[in-house]
Each structure stands twice: as C-alpha cells, then as structure tokens.
Design a binder for this molecule. Structure first.
Ligand code: PMP
Length: 384
C-alpha cells in the first residue's frame, strides 16, 4: 500500500516528537498547581513562565507577561473581541473586521450586535487582500476594536498588517490580529507590526490541540469572558493546563528556530503543487499568487464539489481539506470564497492543501496525478 500523504495541517498539525518528549519529561506525571507556594507549585509556575517567554519570543513581545494562555485560538479570539469591546465601550460601540475573518472572530463580533454594538465588515479583493480604502472609511473614532487576520486559513493570503495598523491607530482604536495560521510560518513582530492583541494556536506550532495564547499589549484594557479566579491576570481564570502550556512554549521555541529554513522548504513544494495543479483543466488557484503563506496551496475546480474531492482524494491515500475544517460539515458555501467574488457553485469546488514537516517535494507528482484523476472521474459523473 502506498504511504498516506497528509495535506491538512491547517486543520490539525501532528505534535512534534520533541514536544511530546518534552511533555513526558514532567516528573512522574505529577504537576503542582501554579497558584501554590510550595515546591511542586513553584515548579509548575516556573514551567508556565518559561513557556510564556518562549511564546513571547516567537512574536517579538518584549514583556512575557503580555502573553495569556488560553484553550485555543477560538477562545483567544473571543477574549480579544468581546473583552476589548465590552471593557472599552465608553470610547465607542463599533467593531470592524474583514469580511473573511474566521468564524471565531465573526461570531463574537455578531454577538456584540445584540448588546448594542455595530459591526462593519470590510471587503477584500479577488485575492482576499483587505481593501485599505474601504477600511480607511470604516474605522472611525467610535471603533473600539478592529480585527484583521495575519493570513487566511482557506486561501492562504497574507494581509498588509502594518498598513492596517496605521489606519486603526490613526482613529485611536485597538488592533486585534488572528495569527493562527501565520505564526511560525512568517515572521511576526507585534511591536514592529503595531499589533495590540494577537491570537495564537498551540497546535499550529506543533504543540497539543486545545492550547492557545493571546498577546495583550501592556496597557490594553480587556474584560474577562469567563469569570473565576485570578489566573492569567484574571483574563483566563481556572487552573492552568500546565503540561499543555509548557508544550506549546516548547513548540514555539522550536518553530522559531526552524522557521526560516522550513518555510523556504515548504514554499518550494507549494510552488510545484500550484504549478502542477493549475495546469489541469479548469483548475484555478484561490488566494494571492505571491502574498501567501509558505505552506498553503488552495484551488477551485469547475463543475465539481469539495466534499467529493475530499472523499475521492482520501481513497487515493491523500488527506486534503475543502475550505475550513471548522465549517466543512455545514455544507454552506464558504464566506471567504464568496467574499473574493466566487459564485456559489464555484465556491463549492474548492480544495485546500496545507503542508507540514513530513511532506516532501517527491510527493508532488503523486498529488497532482491524484487530483487529475479525481477531477476527471468526478466530472464524468457530475450533474452540473
Ligand atoms: N482562527 C483561524 C484563522 C483559524 O484558522 C482557526 C482554526 N482553523 C481558528 C481561529 C480556530 O482555532 P481553534 O479551533 O483551535 O480554536
């Protein structure tokens, strides 16, 4: 049997073996509570502090205390959007986001509308790049928080973050960036980029699922979403996931070290995939041709449907995505693909390949061959 090829790293990254070993290194599987003052607790506190420093270093945060550990990117996005809007509502009741944010940004923003906030969604062009003049018109002194992701998970486009930051800060509001898919793939520096709040996923760095972090620039006022104890500066109450946090920290450290080399390697595979697949009949790249994540290749195919592509590729031993894993079971057309101007039927024929450490350039011919076979077979039976 041919070896399986895994091309859905945006949905789940295998935990790095070094990180798994690191996690097993905790003595006898016993972890103290970091809020206590005796030896076992202090050791746990120390592990969390080390992790904070490693995550801070990955994104250029000077103060490690500006990193809050959470249960994942969804939770970080909720704290960033709800927490800043509710805490700072005296300065305005408008929220701005790009039209192609992840649902874990869009849904809390829509939820705020029930609490008297207005939401302005800013359009993107056909590549998924935010329309800066529309943004300029959308952000007003009433805008408490503006959320634009570093890069999109469905189409791979990297946004002009520094230009966005300049517009947001000109109006005096806060700037939140969801860097779930970009962190560890392209250099991020919260200070240089002008970011007030930054969402990170532990798994996307090769750490465990269900771990995440939120960078909160010192001085930014945020209200907790969950209330309870004073852990994580009161922003994420509850006993810390110590091993998960420690492993996320170690994953961030290794990722930072490997990034320049690994991103170059993945970009070369990506480019071969793109040129192979866009050479097939009625196959098109989605997202930006050059301003895209190094591990991300996304396509659409006329007259076929994403779920069928996923199932057919699976039969050929290859795991690919069709849009975002978070919405794929809803069978609704992706809001991202509609926002870049695709018609509903076009938006349904999408395939996303996100690369990782186990992929190699030798796999490209087999992947392109499988896509060719898949689209030919599906088109022969389609009623479209
Ligand atoms: N934001 C973005 C941009 C994402 O791609 C994802 C995951 N696909 C999330 C947030 C949510 O991550 P999680 O499911 O780990 O909370």
């Amino acid at each position: 049997m041919e070896r399986r090829i895994y091309l859905d790293h945006a949905a789940a990254m295998p935990v790095r073996p070094e990180v798994a070993r690191f996690g097993r290194g905790f003595p006898d599987g016993f972890i103290g509570n970091p809020s206590t003052l005796y030896r076992e607790g202090l050791a746990a506190q120390e592990a969390v502090s080390r992790a904070r420093e490693k995550v801070a270093a990955l994104v250029g945060a000077r103060a490690p205390d500006s990193i809050i550990f959470t249960g994942g990117a969804t939770e970080s996005n909720n704290i960033a959007i709800r927490g800043t809007a509710l805490r700072n509502k005296k300065s305005g009741k408008n929220v701005v986001a790009s039209a192609i944010e992840h649902i874990s940004v869009l849904n809390p923003a829509k939820d705020l509308q029930k609490n008297g906030f207005s939401l302005t969604l800013v359009p993107v062009d056909r590549y998924g790049t935010i329309d800066l003049s529309a943004l300029d018109a959308a952000v007003t002194p009433e805008t408490v928080v503006t959320s634009v992701h570093y890069a999109n998970n469905e189409i791979g486009t990297v946004e002009p973050i520094r230009e966005v930051a300049a517009i947001v800060h000109d109006r005096g509001g806060l700037f939140h960036v969801d860097a779930t898919d970009a962190a560890g793939r392209i250099p991020i520096d919260v200070e240089r980029d002008g970011i007030d709040l930054l969402t990170l996923s532990g798994n996307q760095l090769g750490g465990p699922q269900g771990t995440g972090a939120l960078y909160v620039r010192p001085g930014v006022r945020v209200q907790p979403v969950l209330v309870g104890g004073g852990q994580e500066r009161g922003l994420r109450p509850g006993t810390e996931n110590v091993v998960g946090i420690a492993c996320m920290g170690e994953a961030a450290r290794i990722t930072k070290e490997e990034m320049p080399e690994e991103s170059r390697r993945l970009a070369a595979i990506r480019d071969r995939l793109i040129s192979g697949i866009t050479g097939l009949p009625e196959a098109y790249l989605t997202g930006h041709p050059t301003e895209r994540l190094p591990h991300h290749a996304s396509f659409r195919f006329s007259r076929i449907e994403g779920e069928s592509i996923q199932l057919a590729m699976n039969m050929l031993g290859i795991a690919v995505a069709t849009g975002s894993a978070c919405t794929s079971r809803t069978l609704e057309a992706s809001h991202v693909l509609l926002a870049i101007g695709l018609a509903h039927e076009e938006a349904h024929g999408s395939m996303v390949a996100t690369l990782g450490r186990a992929n190699s350039v030798d796999e490209v011919p087999r992947i392109v061959g499988a896509v060719e076979e898949t689209i030919k077979r599906l088109r022969a039976i389609t009623p479209l």
